[in-house]
Ligand binder design. Structure first.
Ligand code: SAM
Length: 203
């Protein structure tokens, strides 16, 4: 499998290397994205497409009395996330499960916050996936999408050519999908690097 395919679904040894790279390479963007959302100290959070689990670790630090769950359809990602967050898992503050954004393995209305860092590019039937994020959020809960690529420049075309099944969405496209899935109060921010952060609320 070509190495960069591991961004869509990490597998095997190449997947392990990619996860280590993403845990450090996405750190600044995740930090920027997290500054957009108010995380209560006792928040319950779900990170979809959690990859190597570094963002789960960041959120556990932001909500010391809270609980952070992670879900990813790659077993290699699930294993790495569990390893990175093993202390919080042992303390009962974190759980990581294998599953797809298309059919989240969680009951409805149970999270205050759902996050998706660098992953919606790969989700099939994106409005159905956003509907799943909506379903698991408690009323008033927030969904945050944070992407390094914003779909407005051809400089990112190389990624779409290199990685099968990848679509880079513009903020306006994401806004439409979110509204169609039922979200309201949709806000967007873009920084000088082109990073995109979209937040949306469940009524
Ligand atoms: C580029 S990595 C980003 C990982 C992590 N969120 C980060 O920012 O470092 C994308 C992750 O999303 C996961 N993923 C992609 N599509 C998914 C889907 N439909 N359901 C669950 N996980 C998915 C992949 O397995 C991978 O771990």
């Amino acid at each position: 499998m070509p190495f960069f395919e591991n961004t869509r679904k990490p597998e095997g040894f190449g997947g392990k290397i990619m996860l280590a790279m993403m845990n450090s390479g996405h750190s600044a963007m995740a930090q920027w994205g997290l500054a957009h959302i108010p995380l209560a100290k006792d928040a319950t959070v779900l990170d979809i497409g959690c990859g190597g689990g570094a963002n789960i670790r960041k959120m556990l630090a932001l909500c010391p009395q809270g609980h952070v769950s992670g879900v990813d359809y790659s077993l290699v990602s699930v294993e790495k996330s569990r390893q990175v967050n093993r202390k919080a898992i042992a303390d009962g503050r974190c759980d990581i499960v294998e599953g797809s954004a298309l059919s989240l393995p969680f009951s409805g209305e149970r999270f205050d916050m759902v996050t998706a860092f660098e992953t919606v590019y790969f989700w099939p039937e994106i409005e159905t996936c956003f509907g799943e994020a909506y379903r698991v959020l408690a009323p008033g809960g927030c969904f945050m999408i944070c992407n390094e690529s914003n779909g407005e420049t051809s400089k990112d075309d190389k990624w779409v050519e290199m990685i099968g099944g990848m679509t880079i969405y513009t903020g306006d496209q994401l806004r439409t999908f979110l509204a169609n899935a039922g979200f309201t109060d949709i806000h967007m921010d873009k920084n000088a690097k082109g990073w995109l952060c979209v937040t949306a609320r469940k009524k």
